[in-house]
Design a protein around this ligand. Sequence first.
Ligand code: PA5
Length: 468
Amino acid sequence: MTISVKYDSTAAKKVWGDYDPSAVIEKMLAARTELFADVDLFNSGGDVPPKKQPLDAGFIEWPQKLLFEYQADQENSLVGQIIDAAEMLQEEVDRVVFLGIGGSYMGARACFEALCHPHHNEMPADYRDGVPRISFQGHNVDNDATAGALEMLEILGDDPAQFDDRWALVPISKSGGTLETAVAFRLFREALEDFYGEDSDEATEFVIPVTGESGKLRDLADEAEYPVTFPIPDGIGGRFSVLTAVGLLPAAIMGLDIVKMLEGAAAMTRKFKSGQPGDNPVFDYTVVCKAFEDDFNMPIRLLSTWGLRMEAFGFWNDQLLSESLGKDERGATPLTVVNTRDLHSRGQQHQEGQRDKLITNLIIERPQTDVVQIPESDRDQDNLNRFAGKTMSEVMSAAIQGTNQAYADENRPTTDLIVPELDEGTLGELFQFFMLSTVLEGRYMGVNPYGQPGVEAYKNNMTRILES
Ligand code: PA5
């Protein structure tokens, strides 16, 4: 499989003028070599030097590893087991509540928004192709959101014999000790046990934890004897875990083709490993980002998504970059915008504000659904008959071109990440694209992209305050 995602930096390079990026390219090539040396070290199980710890390079070859396993033994492979569990839930329940935060949440949400029907949860069962309604909880300690979700589950049904009333719970936490997820699990587990009966089979069968090999959630799962649990492997950090059971189980429950997603990711890794500068989207993107950040003083990295499907993906990427490289008082600041919506809120600043931003347009070329056209109308007071027959995609395309032109006229850099069609394969490519780029950039900067020591400070304070 070859990759479909393309990267075009022609417009941004016009802003470069005489600037020569060859020093950045040379250093980036060395960073790529280091990154794959990390993979070899990780695979060898050898001693990791202190400055490289933690070394969570497991995500890089993981998609291909899962595919090999699946090809060798479909049923017993991890992918086969995930598909089985997903099919069981699809047959048995009408709603699945996922609990998790950060890397244990954002990738699944990105899959849902990118590839499921925009009104999935409102659609009747027949239109959902057997896919349960999907809820995400446990990503906050918001009283009203939690109370509202528990109330919704209670009001929507109280009869476990009715398919429409039945629901399941998937708590996801690698450490198993994250307070937000743990509190939510306790609350929603009680609600589930009240609904099915504490000693019922369903009270255990319809809870599928995804967690690390040890930790509080693992202990709880063992004690409760949940028949199915999925592991999160050591050596793959939270925000790099979307293509483990963390994201794959939710995606499979959503009815998505996870094999295709893994194939897209594996193809992106191959391309990154062997592609030459100029023909290597991950590499080229990272060079352009770094050049603008370091040599043009543009530390704000804007991912401009066109259309609503990729907002959650953008938030997933915001976390990836922030937690990975926001260290040692360094690291670019990621920002997701959704256009054309945000042209009416942030657009002014991007056109005329500080010259500190590199804009990457994330463009999906073909829509996933039937083409919507502007209709002719007898009442033309809105003056839209001049556009009658134009499709929404044509209007979007005009917006993209018009905005890029407006930025170019002001010498503001934009690049395009082009996705011919959004599906499981291209989403897999995009996940791996940004994960690889983040790690590459970390090695380039001399910042360890793995681990997130800064997140501990608030957690420790919060626990101390709660315990006092
Ligand atoms: O990238 C990370 O490691 C974090 O964002 C974690 O995913 C997040 O803190 C949730 O952790 P856990 O999965 O252990 O509950």
